[in-house]
Every structure is written in C-alpha cells, then in structure tokens.
Design a protein around this ligand. Structure first.
Ligand code: 1CP
Length: 348
C-alpha cells in the first residue's frame, strides 16, 4: 500500500495531531491510570479476579482498557497492563500486593546475564492480543497508547525488590556497581524496545515510556545511567513512525537534559508550570500534563480554576495534551473526572 493510502485510513484524532504538534479542533485529554480503582466498574470486576489474571486475560484486559472510554469522552485509550508485566514474561518472579514485589532482587552480574531475552509473541502474547481486541471495539476510534517502563524505573523495582520512597538499594547500586547498572539498563532498554515494537505491530498507535522514578536522580546520574538507556530504546522505536511519549516524574531539574532526546512528547508532573516546561524543552516537543491529581478533590469551581490554570500555562501553540501530573488517585470521584474532561473540551 502506498504511504498516502495508509495515511488516509487513519481517523482524525486530536490526540495524535497534538503529539505531532499539529493544530486541533479541541484540546485532547486522557488521564494517567484512567482504568483502575476509582471506577466502580473496575472494582466490581476486580472483586472477582486478581490483578494478574486481569492483565493476562485479553478479554478482561480489553474490557478494563475500554471502561473509562465508555464513561468519559477521553481522547485516547491506554493499554491495561503494568510496567512489570514484560519482566514477569522474562521469568522474573513477582507478585502484585498491589504494588509489584520482586521475589529475588536482581543485583549481581550473573543474575543480569541470566535474564532471558524478551520475545513478546512468546512471552507476553496476551498483551498483544489485548491490543488487537481494543482496536476492534474502542469507542469513537480513540487511539490506543501502548506503554512500557523506562529502563531506570524498571531497574528501581528489580534492584530494590519492592517500592519505597527513596529506592536506596537502587541508587546505591548505581554508585557501587556502575558497570552492572549500565549492563542491566541496556538489557532492559533492548527488552523494552522489542516489547514496544511488538505493541505497535499489534496496533498500538502511540508508545509511552514511564520514567516514574526519574526524580530520584541528580542530573549527573540521570545523564550517565537513565538517559543513554532511554535514548537506546527511543532510537529503536523511531523507525516505527508512531508518536513517542516520555513521561518524566519529578524531573523538573532534568528538563534541559531531556530536551535533547528524540521524542515527540514529554509528559511532566505538576511541579513546574507548562510555560516553563515548554521554554526548557524548546519548540520541537509537545508536552503532556500536568494537573495535580489532588485538584480532582476540590469543589467544582476550584477544579475548573486549576484546569484553566494548566491551559493558560500551556498556551495556544499546538502540541499540548491535557493530563494529570501523575496517576489518578483510587478514591477520586468519577464525576469530577467527567467535569474535567468536559471543561477541557469546551476550552480549546
Ligand atoms: O489492585 C489493583 O487493581 C492493582 C493496582 C494496579 C493497577 C490498576 C497496579 C499495580 N498496576 C495497575 C495498572 C497500570 N500500571 C496501568 C494501566 C492503567 C491505566 O493507566 O489506565 C499503568 C499504565 C501502570 C503503570 C505503572 N505501574 C507505573 C507507571 C505509572 C506511574 O503511575 O508512575 C508504575 C510505577 C507501576 C508500578 C505499580 N504497579 C501497581 C502499583 C500500585 C504500582 C505503583 C507502586 C509504587 O508506587 O511504587
């Protein structure tokens, strides 16, 4: 098929246009962790099935992916899975309690070398099947975002074994065993490149890397360890031609460094105003964010004021995707989400 033919088949999407910094009729919005515990329909399903079974059963994972799109006029769907799912596919023993806990932390050269290469069709076929199912039944032809954890964020869980505020063993690992750290990061970078390539082949229309623990690192360590690994993954994905999104949590100090990455969209937390983020990233990046998830607990007029503040800071230049600055909290009222989505759509 000619390239032009392929292009005309793609439905007009405000989300995909904004990723490419094209002008849009309305400002696109989706919400990090939009499928999940704040939705009664998710809790209902989850009361019968554990999280792992949900992610490994394509019909159920597709259903959960679509739940928020049926309830709200969201501009994108995001695959229901977890950043640790592909590592489980590589044989890393872990449980969700509900946060991921790795049974045997990975800290030695021998353990790093023993990690098998990820072959998505063999190791995580259910993820690829979920993507195919979602694409067949997604409302309003909303684009589907595929995702993976960024290598350093995955390293945090692998080395520490469980989530923590400081991730001290992971940060110590970088300083005490820098060669092992670099090797582990590159193995993860290759695995996530293969994983996301397979997601795009199955039908994911944008790909997102979550650097949820970027804020643990100083600029020096970020530049030495996390950045080359994410660059490696992004370079492998670029030829796919789908928009690439890099979410950087607590990364205000890193934005100047991240500006050099070949990525279409940078997602940010709520700490820096988007005007500042855009100035630091430069004109060739779209931005995604960055309402504080806590704002959804405010009275309606305060929520509106906070959302308007984000829109003002983002400005009118093309290339803004509205989102929260981090995942939605489990006790959020779904009606507040409905109000937010409507408000953003009414204020292009
Ligand atoms: O009990 C349950 O229902 C499990 C809770 C849960 C859910 C709903 C976990 C365990 N993961 C997920 C789904 C999930 N995880 C999605 C799909 C939902 C959606 O976005 O609509 C996504 C994109 C993730 C990604 C993820 N998992 C990240 C990156 C995003 C972020 O919030 O920074 C991270 C850091 C994880 C690890 C993880 N998995 C689960 C939890 C509770 C956590 C966070 C643990 C921690 O704070 O360290």
């Amino acid at each position: 098929m000619s390239e032009r033919g392929a292009e005309t088949r793609v439905p007009a999407s405000a989300f995909l246009a904004a990723c490419r910094r094209q002008s849009v009729a309305h400002r696109p919005i989706w919400i990090m962790r939009q499928a999940g515990r704040y939705l009664p329909e998710y809790r209902e399903l989850r009361s019968k099935v554990d999280f792992e079974t949900l992610t490994r059963t394509p019909e159920l994972a597709a259903e959960v992916t679509l739940q928020p799109l049926r309830r709200f006029e969201l501009d994108a769907a995001i695959l229901f899975s977890d950043i640790m799912t592909p590592l489980q596919g590589m044989g890393v023993g872990l449980t969700f309690e509900p946060a991921p806990v790795v049974r045997v932390p990975v800290r030695t050269r021998a353990q790093i070398e023993a990690l098998p290469t990820l072959e998505p069709a063999r190791d995580v076929p259910f993820v690829l099947e979920t993507i195919r199912l979602v694409r067949r039944s997604v409302p309003r032809a909303a684009p589907l975002i595929g995702f993976a954890g960024a290598p350093f964020t995955l390293l945090c869980y692998l080395v520490c074994g469980r989530p923590s505020k400081e991730f001290a063993p992971a940060r110590t690992f970088l300083f005490a065993q820098p060669q092992e750290a670099e090797r582990l990061l590159m193995r993860l970078a290759d695995a996530m490149a293969a994983y996301l390539t397979a997601q795009a082949a199955a039908g994911a229309q944008a790909l997102m890397l979550f650097e949820s623990w970027a804020g643990l690192l100083g600029v020096r360590e970020y530049t030495r360890f996390a950045l080359p690994a994410v660059r490696h993954t992004l370079a492998a994905l670029k030829p796919l031609g789908v928009p690439l999104i890099y979410y950087l949590n607590q990364g205000s100090a890193l934005l100047r460094t991240v500006a050099g990455l070949e990525v279409d969209v940078v997602g940010v937390d709520w700490r820096s105003p988007l005007s500042e983020v855009r100035a630091l990233l430069g004109p060739d990046k779209a931005v995604q964010g960055n309402l504080d998830p806590a704002a959804l607990f405010a009275p309606p007029e305060e929520l509106t004021r906070a959302a308007a503040g984000v829109l003002t800071e983002a400005g009118n230049a093309p290339g803004h995707i509205f989102n929260l600055g981090h995942g939605i909290w489990p006790d959020t009222d779904p009606d507040a989400v409905a109000r937010l989505v409507d408000f953003v759509h009414e204020h292009p």
